[in-house]
Design a binder for this molecule. Structure first.
Ligand SMILES: [Zn+2]
Length: 271
């Protein structure tokens, strides 16, 4: 735990000293999010994580694209993703979704060695590459959709989103309407980006959504309040580490998985 704390404070220090520039054009989001990645100390030794410390001390993995792109670490190669999923399954991890966490909130027991797999932005390769691997291994994941980018270039269509969800292996979460930095929005824009996206996605799916992911991880008290008022039960950031109850269920941390992590690094993180 000590080394994890060191890692966390190192990350905060680096973020504070370098700042977090990002573009807000939604079509540049891969590059924008990668700018944040470059300030992460990804070469530091991974910290061992134990999901069994308490009922809510859970690894939530953050992926974006599954594909080959040597220019961006947001792409995890298909073979690597498959090996990571096979490793987690073989190591006894049980993939759960936010629906399972809702049951846990109501007092139901959670599976042993729980883990959440999440994908941000709703890229097409989540359907063409990631989903078949997950389905074959009978593993669950959550995809955070940017509602107004559905069916745009390299993004999922509503048909694909529905097909994945109906399989029972994929849960859909919300990632705003236009992938904007929420800290910079007016109160009216905030409501439109958060509640507007939730309503649009729920109208398409025909049921409620439980979880929200902040674009670029950006949030503050005002933003979190709008997320809460919109009716979300859980929200995830890009702060690094296990998700723990004392972080607040609307500001849970995640573990970023990038294309340049070695197999050994990954396995060390998830004993
Ligand atoms: Zn995003």
């Amino acid at each position: 735990m000590k080394s994890y704390t060191t890692y966390f404070f190192l990350l905060i220090l680096i973020l504070l000293t370098t700042g977090c520039e990002e573009k807000e054009n939604p079509h540049s989001q891969i590059q924008a999010e990668e700018k944040q990645i470059q300030v992460l100390p990804i070469n530091t030794k991974p910290v061992k994580m134990d999901s069994r410390v308490s009922p809510l001390s859970i690894p939530i993995l953050m992926y974006h694209s599954i594909g080959i792109n040597s220019q961006s670490t947001l792409f995890v190669p298909p073979r690597v993703f498959q090996e990571q999923m096979e490793y987690l399954k073989m190591s006894g991890y049980n993939t759960i979704t936010f629906k399972d966490l809702k049951s846990w909130k109501k007092g139901e027991a959670i599976l042993d060695k729980p883990i959440l797999i999440t994908f941000d932005d709703g890229y097409l390769d989540n359907f063409t590459i990631g989903y078949p691997i997950l389905k074959r291994l009978e593993m669950k994941a959550t995809i955070f959709i940017t509602s107004d980018l559905v069916s745009s270039t390299n993004h999922l269509s509503w048909g694909q989103i529905k097909e994945m969800e109906e399989s029972g292996f994929i849960e859909i979460g919300v990632h705003t309407r236009h992938h904007v930095n929420l800290i910079k929005q007016s109160p009216m824009q905030l409501k439109d980006e958060i509640l507007g996206a939730k309503q649009k996605i729920e109208e398409k799916l025909g049921h409620e959504t439980l979880a929200f992911a902040y674009p670029f991880g950006k949030n503050n008290t005002k933003v979190v309040k709008v997320v809460k008022n919109a009716g979300f039960e859980f929200a995830v950031t890009t702060l690094s580490g296990l998700a723990q109850q004392d972080q607040g269920l609307l500001t849970l941390h995640r573990i970023r998985i990038t294309g340049n992590q070695s197999e050994a690094d990954f396995e060390l993180m998830f004993p």
